[in-house]
Design a protein around this ligand. Structure first.
Ligand code: FDA
Length: 372
């Protein structure tokens, strides 16, 4: 579809009232956020009112109320063929490039060096998931071996984050185990580390079993991820605790049923804080992966109050999101890792980024309608 300019009146005519209200609220919020991220991020003391669901202005409150609706809509649309083919065709030009460090390893390496120069640690991922073809899975494994070799040759402080559905989990669990173990062993030969991302609810059991098998086989350079939106995560954490695991805590990025996950953001955030405190007590190492300043501030205060050394945890954020906050934390002496994915298969990753912050859809739409 060619880009075209749209007057306010013509876009109003095509835009339902709820979308117009949402867009107005999102624009107000977007403008406030732009100001905040441009200035040194206030990560101690009271977080800025804009990050609070209840303390913002009317536009912020409206955006907050509508966000779950749009989040669900975007995640459902992810599997819609026309949406997928449209976004795959135009997405890189219209916004995906903000979240992806390149389509090739060479492009990603440039960005990994740049981030390293800013005092930030990194991980990298070859984008792609849900591969059900044995030969394609084998190609991914070989590509990851090449990525590990390249990281070592470049002297980068970059580790790997992998998705088991890209390594054969949907073929069978043993295939995924064998493949991820090969990568963990190869990473160890370079003194490197592999983190296993967490995917949809239906993959949690398989992922945790594989992580536990790796640890039982004596591999220590491997970690995984727990999601605070799942009711089960407290129990999962207690089950892993005897291993002194290396865990990353996230809110969770997939569309899950309210029968298995907290439907409200306030509940997900409260769960995040409970889990973060427990993880910091039982983990060998905890990665606090969020862009939420309220949660980051809480973790800072908690670790200070409990004398938890800074080498026992790190903050993790995604490439392109809250870069000023990433650098501010690093300057204050905290370990900060930027998850820096690359590859041509960015579609599902990008759709989850749109869903996390529906205002990103606005940026996408703005680019579409910007006169060329
Ligand atoms: P929240 O969504 O409340 O956002 C807080 C603030 O951050 C927003 O107000 C906004 O300023 C900013 N922000 C957040 N998302 C943004 C976006 N997409 N664009 C622009 N600004 C944004 N999930 C999962 O299920 N399995 C996994 O393995 C991982 N792995 C992972 C690694 C790392 C390093 C991170 C940071 C995140 C993940 N996630 C993940 C994703 C995670 O579950 C969650 O969806 C996102 O981190 C967004 O949630 P926040 O915690 O940032 O809070």
């Amino acid at each position: 579809m060619p880009r075209r300019s749209a007057s306010a009146s013509s876009s109003d005519a095509q835009c339902p009232a709820s979308w117009r209200l949402y867009i107005a609220a999102a624009v107000a919020r977007e403008n406030q956020m732009a100001t905040i991220d441009a200035s040194p991020a206030p990560v101690t003391g009271d977080p800025p009112a804009v990050t609070s669901p209840s303390a913002g202005g009317p536009g912020d409150r409206l955006a907050h109320r509508l966000n779950p609706v749009f989040r669900k809509g975007i995640l459902l649309a992810t599997h819609n063929r026309p949406v997928a083919s449209f976004v795959r065709r135009y997405g890189m030009r219209l916004g995906a490039g903000n979240f992806v460090a390149g389509t090739t390893l060479d492009e990603a390496v440039v960005n990994l060096h740049r981030l390293s120069g800013l005092g930030l640690r990194t991980n990298t991922t070859i984008l792609g998931e849900a591969i059900r073809d044995q030969a394609a899975v084998e190609r991914v494994v070989q590509s990851y071996v090449g990525v590990l070799d390249r990281i070592a040759a470049e002297g980068l402080n970059t580790n790997l984050a992998v998705k088991l559905t890209q390594l054969g989990l949907d073929l069978d669990e043993d295939t995924a185990y064998t493949n991820v173990e090969q990568l963990v062993i190869h990473a160890a030969s370079h003194g490197n580390f592999v983190r296993i991302d967490m995917e949809e609810f239906g993959r949690v059991d398989g992922t945790l079993r594989i992580y536990q098998r790796l640890r039982a086989a004596g591999h220590v350079n491997v970690g995984t991820v727990l999601q605070s939106y799942l009711y089960r995560t407290g129990a999962d954490l207690e089950g892993l605790a005897p291993l002194e695991p290396n865990l990353r805590l996230v809110k969770g990025a997939y569309l899950e049923s309210p029968t298995v996950s907290y439907p409200k953001k306030s509940e997900i955030d409260a769960s995040y804080l409970r889990l973060a405190e427990r993880m910091l007590a039982v983990d060998s190492f905890t990665a606090i992966a969020t862009h939420d300043e309220r949660l980051i501030d809480h973790v800072i205060r908690y670790t200070e109050a409990n004398a938890i050394p800074r080498d026992r945890f790190e903050f993790q954020m995604l490439y392109g999101i809250r870069p000023a906050l990433q650098q501010e934390l690093a300057k204050r002496g905290y370990r900060v890792l930027v998850a820096t994915p690359f590859g041509p298969d960015w579609y599902f990753f990008y759709m989850r980024r749109l869903a996390e912050r529906p205002a990103n859809v606005l940026n996408f739409a703005r680019s579409l309608f910007r006169p060329s």
